[in-house]
Design a protein around this ligand. Structure first.
Ligand code: K7E
Ligand code: CUA
Length: 661
């Protein structure tokens, strides 16, 4: 009630501003200039302001490089893993402003993601075993590619905790599919795409029997396995096709990161690993913990996979079906040259193919080097069967010295590497807490270091995983932020630091606190590659289809069939039709609701109090809400989005008549 006069007041105020803006443009500009001067307070120049705010010239330069004035747009999008939030954060560069949080694995209430509408079915599709999984540990988002370049169409993400991969459509920035991995319990090397997005690669992390069968830990070597799934992506449908997907059985070596070859190395995939010692812990039994058991050997193994050849063998039926998936087992892949190993120094992490496809770069958590593996040399060694031995599973091993191009001394704890357009490589160095810039084309070039705050994990670069990176920016994705932001209790934000790499030396430009979880990887794409829709075609549902139950204006109705009640509803500024629904306790209710809006940014929401249902109705959107009327009573239903001056009046009642007892 009380808000109504406020609405009118704000409308009147807006009206006045509009008249001023149209009628007296010059006066308006003069006013703005005056306002800017006064907002400097007592200072009359930039110098005074710098002094007052204690800013250096470098600060001001950084501010000018990142400031995006109102009404102007950013140059790039970052698609960042939301880590334990299970969702994707979309960030603008260079402003480092948060633009959207896309509901993926975890319910997101603004988007009505997972609160009774169509999206529930997408979330249901990602259930594992008998559990309704509603959280995720997202690690590596990957954009779809055409000829090795981001094409701005799709985003793929993985869930380490529950071994799943999701597909996000960048037409509407909404998740369209979640695919559960039937073979592994955890994944990590995902979701990496091949250069034309034929496949989305998802490789396991912690070994377990394929299909997650029980096997005692003493059977680790015999029964536990790693796995790499090659999910076939159907671009026309915009979905992964599990029936055309297949997997490669791997030794129980704790596979870590993966990447697909490109250009000359297209058709190959690479996975680094750790714990090739196959340590299984036993801290209560007086045995060393996995962390020390796994750090005994000087070398772990880079897995080199000829996936084109694997595809041929799969098509020739050389597979075994496990948990409904075709699996190429090690007794086939080893002898056929599909899977080959090569040593990797000390607890490797990161596995990044250079833009020219010639090298694979691996860091080492307990090493000071990055190692460059030569993709062409490895191809030759495999073709000539020049190996130095086999592992316990019969997988051939190439000699380290034959396979590498060289090593570069980087610093303490190099992890991930990204690239610019001039042969520059940027490696995140965790222990030393720096970004190290070096040259992958000239290994003798000195390494330049930039301190970051603090303990960088992943690093990302503008168009960094493509065949043609842009240079310009990298972002340090720091795990710790000790003294960077106002204190918010013992759980600190993560810190994204934007770094300017356009000049001779790296320059730190801005910090962005990441407040919702620990991101791992992210990718950055040129903004003009994204062709986002502004409104939906009338009746579009969460799967992107025109819903068969779409409701046209004038065709609203309530259909009863025994204890099934179907409501066909429309929403338009500022009412629902019908606005009264009366059902009996115990009825199965479905509300089909279509937004009749066609104007940009005219979103409604729909909720019924106390029923834990909520959907977002963007212009043209259709939703189907299904639930049982199991709680008798009187419940207001209303629009949850401030959509018009009479938004508060966009309401109605949901009445549940109690059963006679
Ligand atoms: Cu955090 Cu890519 Cu999962 Cu490295 S991983 S930091
Ligand atoms: Cu519709 Cu508020």
């Amino acid at each position: 009630m009380r808000a109504y006069p406020l609405v009118v007041t704000s409308l009147v105020a807006t009206g006045i501003v509009a008249v001023v803006a149209v009628g007296c443009q010059n006066q308006h500009e003069a006013n703005q200039e005056a306002a800017q001067k006064t907002s400097l307070g007592a200072s009359s120049s930039v110098q005074d302001l710098m002094k007052a705010r204690n800013l250096s010239e470098a600060d001001v330069e950084a501010a000018l490089k990142t400031y995006v004035p109102t009404g102007k747009m950013d140059e790039y999008y970052i698609f960042a893993s939301g880590g334990q939030s299970g969702n994707v954060d979309v960030i603008g560069v260079p402003s480092m402003r948060l633009l959207k949080v896309i509901g993926v694995f975890t319910p997101e209430s603004w988007q009505g993601w997972g609160f009774g509408g169509e999206s529930d079915k997408i979330l249901e599709g990602g259930n594992q075993g008998i559990h309704k999984i509603r959280w995720a540990d997202m690690h590596h988002p990957n954009l779809s590619e055409t000829k090795g370049d981001y094409d701005g169409q799709y985003l793929f993400v993985n869930d380490k905790a529950n071994a799943r991969v999701a597909v996000v459509d960048l037409k509407d920035f909404a998740t369209k599919q979640i695919v559960p991995n039937p073979l592994a319990a955890s994944d990590h090397g995902g979701a990496f795409v091949t250069p034309d997005t034929d496949y989305v690669i998802e490789t396991s992390q912690y070994p377990a029997p394929l299909g997650r069968e029980y096997a005692p830990i003493t059977d680790y070597k015999a029964k536990y396995r790693g796995v790499a799934i090659f999910w076939k992506f159907d671009r026309a449908k915009g979905r992964i096709d599990p029936s055309k997907s297949w997997a490669l059985e791997l030794p129980p070596y704790t596979q870590d990161l993966a990447d697909a070859g490109k250009l000359g190395s297209d058709g190959w995939a690479y996975i680094n690993s750790f714990n090739t010692e196959m340590a299984v812990g036993g801290t209560m039994e007086g045995k060393p913990p996995i962390e020390s058991g796994a750090s005994q050997n000087d070398m772990d193994y880079l897995h080199v996979i000829n996936w084109k050849k694997a595809e041929e063998l799969v098509n020739a039926g050389k597979t075994k079906t496990i948990a409904g998936m075709r699996v190429l087992t090690m007794d086939v892949s080893g002898p056929e040259g599909v899977l080959t190993l090569v040593g990797e120094p000390k607890s490797p992490h990161g596995c990044d193919v250079t833009p020219d496809g010639k090298m694979v770069i691996v860091g080492g958590k307990l090493d000071t080097h990055t190692t460059l593996y030569d993709t062409a040399k490895m191809k030759d060694l495999i073709a000539q069967k020049k190996f130095e031995g086999k592992d316990d599973y019969g997988i051939p091993i190439m000699a380290f010295k034959d396979a590498i191009d060289g090593q570069v001394e980087i610093g303490l704890g190099p992890l991930h590497t990204v690239f610019d357009d001039k042969g520059g490589a940027y490696t995140s160095v965790f222990i030393e807490s720096v970004v190290a810039k070096w040259s992958y084309t000239d290994l003798k070039k000195p390494v330049e270091k930039l301190k970051v705050h603090y303990n960088i994990g992943h690093i990302l670069a503008a168009e960094g995983d493509t065949v043609s990176p842009d240079g310009k920016y990298v972002v340090a994705m720091n795990k710790m932020s000790m003294d960077r932001f106002l204190p918010v209790g013992p759980l600190y934000p993560q810190n994204f630091q934007l770094v300017d790499i356009a000049g001779e030396k790296m320059r730190l430009l801005a910090d962005m606190p990441i407040a919702n979880a620990e991101p791992h990887y992210s990718q950055m794409i040129k903004a003009d590659k994204i062709k986002a829709e502004k409104v939906y075609k009338s009746g579009t549902n969460a799967t992107g289809e025109i819903d068969p139950n779409r409701v046209e204006g004038g065709k609203e109705r309530v259909v009863r069939n025994g204890n099934k009640v179907e409501v066909f509803m429309t929403a338009i500024r500022s009412h629902f039709t019908p606005d009264r629904i009366e059902v009996d306790e115990g009825d199965d209710v479905t509300i089909h609701v279509t937004s009749l809006e066609a104007a940009e940014d005219q979103t409604h929401g729909f909720t019924i109090d106390m029923y834990n249902v909520n959907v977002s109705l963007e212009p043209g959107k259709h939703e189907n809400l299904s639930f049982k009327a199991d709680m008798p009573g009187t419940y207001p239903m209303y629009c949850t989005e401030f959509c018009s001056a009479l938004h508060l009046e966009m309401t109605g009642y949901f009445l549940v008549k109690p059963k006679k007892r």
